[in-house]
Structures are given as C-alpha cells and as structure tokens.
Design a protein around this ligand. Structure first.
Ligand code: HEC
Length: 223
C-alpha cells in the first residue's frame, strides 16, 4: 500500500502545528500591544526614551553587552530576582517603595531590539537606572573604563576605547574621569574623557527603570 500521501499529510500537520504555536499564536496575542496611558495622570507606560538613551541603545547593541547581561525580571513564583534585585547588587536592603515587578512583553515596546538576553554572566540590568542601585555617573564611567577599578574580581571586559586620553589644555574638563588610580591614572597633564558613545551609553543605562505601573504586571511585595 502506498503510504506517501499519509506521510506528507503528517509532515504538513507537524509543521502547521509548530507554525500555529510559535508564530501565529504569539503574533495574535502580543502583536498589537500598545503603551498604556494612565487616565488620571496621563503618564504613558512604558515611557518614551530620551534621544540620548536611544543612541545609547545602539552602543549597547554594538558592544555585545547583551551576551552577558539580561534585562528581564522573572516573576516571584519562578525566581528570587525581585527579592534580591536591590539587596545584593549594591549592598542595599530590599525596598518595597521601589515597586519592583516582573517584566512583561509590553516592557520591551520601546526597545529596538529587545535586549532580553540569554545569560547572566553579569547582573541583570532591567532596573539598573533606579536611584537606589546606581552610585553616580562618574562611577558608571569608571566601571566601563575598567571594571576592575570598581569591582576587583570582575570578568567584564574593559571598554576603554569608548574613552579618550587627551592633554589638558587650559582648564581640565569637568567631564574627565575621576578616581583613576594606580596603573589607570593618566600621566600628569593628561585626562581621560568619555567619547560621545560612552556618554550616550551611560544615559541609556540610567534610563533602565522598569517599575512604572502596567495592568498585567502588578507590583509584588518584597520580603
Ligand atoms: C564577559 C561578560 C560581560 C560583558 C560582555 C559585559 N559585562 Fe557588564 N558585567 C559583567 C560582570 C561579570 C559584572 C559584575 C562585576 C562588575 O561589577 O564588574 C558586570 C557588571 C556590570 C554593571 C554593574 C551592574 C551593577 O549592578 O552594579 C554594569 C552597569 C554593566 N556591567 C554594564 C555593561 C555594559 C554597558 C556592557 C557593554 C558595553 C557590559 N556590561 C558588557 C560581565 C559583562
């Protein structure tokens, strides 16, 4: 008996089921997501990114930061991201005023592309811009210039090429990196200043705050 038609139908059904589940269903459910607007305050969630942050997103993509950093907070029933997010990273106590919550598809509407990430070789950066977490702008620059200055055992690569060493002419620049000591310190008469790429990358990192309200992702209480 010739069973080839049956085999072909079987193959077709297998592919059709995969297409329905992996393509059609997600597009139907997530394809038309729009930002939410608060009826009282008029606030839009997720908020628009500043021009600098959009430029910084491209530097983030170009430098492969996503290969080590995720931007996704897992729900409390799956993982302890929310409970330890703040506590571990900067030695702070968890703070329920931060309104931490899991990230959902709508959080990535402003991202081109979405840096969800697959690995956490470094810490998750979904909420890196929250005031409690970031120390100062100059610390961000010092860290990118050489992570070992801020975190001695860090395996993060140094992004020194995003900074330029230049001779001080007249007054030192107020953008020059401070706290560069030992082998990192520029010679007297020289200073290290961030390039445009480093400045927009820092602006992008500071924009990473995913604690605005969304109806499908209520804030989960921290212990
Ligand atoms: C090889 C993996 C790797 C790559 C690539 C990488 N990082 Fe990191 N990153 C780490 C590790 C590990 C840490 C934790 C140790 C430390 O603070 O340096 C870290 C820490 C950080 C922190 C501090 C996080 C905190 O909670 O204090 C920031 C910000 C950061 N990285 C940004 C970046 C940016 C921006 C890029 C791309 C330009 C990048 N990283 C690329 C591994 C990486």
């Amino acid at each position: 008996m010739n069973r080839i038609p049956l085999l072909l139908i079987g193959i077709f059904l297998a592919f059709a089921a995969a297409w329905l589940g992996l393509v059609a269903y997600p597009v139907l459910v997530l394809g038309n997501l729009q930002p939410e607007t608060d009826a009282d305050s008029g606030d839009v969630s997720p908020p628009l990114l500043s021009g600098l942050a959009v430029a910084g997103q491209k530097v983030y993509a170009a430098n492969g930061c996503v290969s080590c950093h995720s931007q996704m907070v897992r729900p409390a029933y799956l993982a302890n991201d929310i409970a330890r997010e703040m506590a571990v990273e900067n030695g702070n106590e968890p703070d329920s005023d931060l309104n931490l919550r899991q990230t959902v598809a709508r959080d990535y509407l402003r991202d081109q592309p979405a840096f969800i990430g697959l690995q956490r070789i470094g810490p998750d950066l979904a909420n890196y811009g929250l005031e409690k977490r970031v120390a100062t702008l100059s610390e961000i620059h010092r860290h990118l210039y050489d992570p070992r200055i801020v975190s001695p055992d860090s395996i993060m690569p140094s992004y020194r090429y995003l900074y330029s060493l230049r001779e001080i002419s007249g007054q030192p620049s107020n953008e020059a990196l401070t706290g560069l000591t030992g082998p990192h310190a520029p010679e007297p008469g020289y200073e290290v200043v961030p390039t445009e790429d480093a400045k927009v990358l820092a602006a992008y990192l500071l924009s990473l705050k995913r604690n605005y309200p969304l109806s499908e992702a209520p804030v989960e209480p921290t212990e």
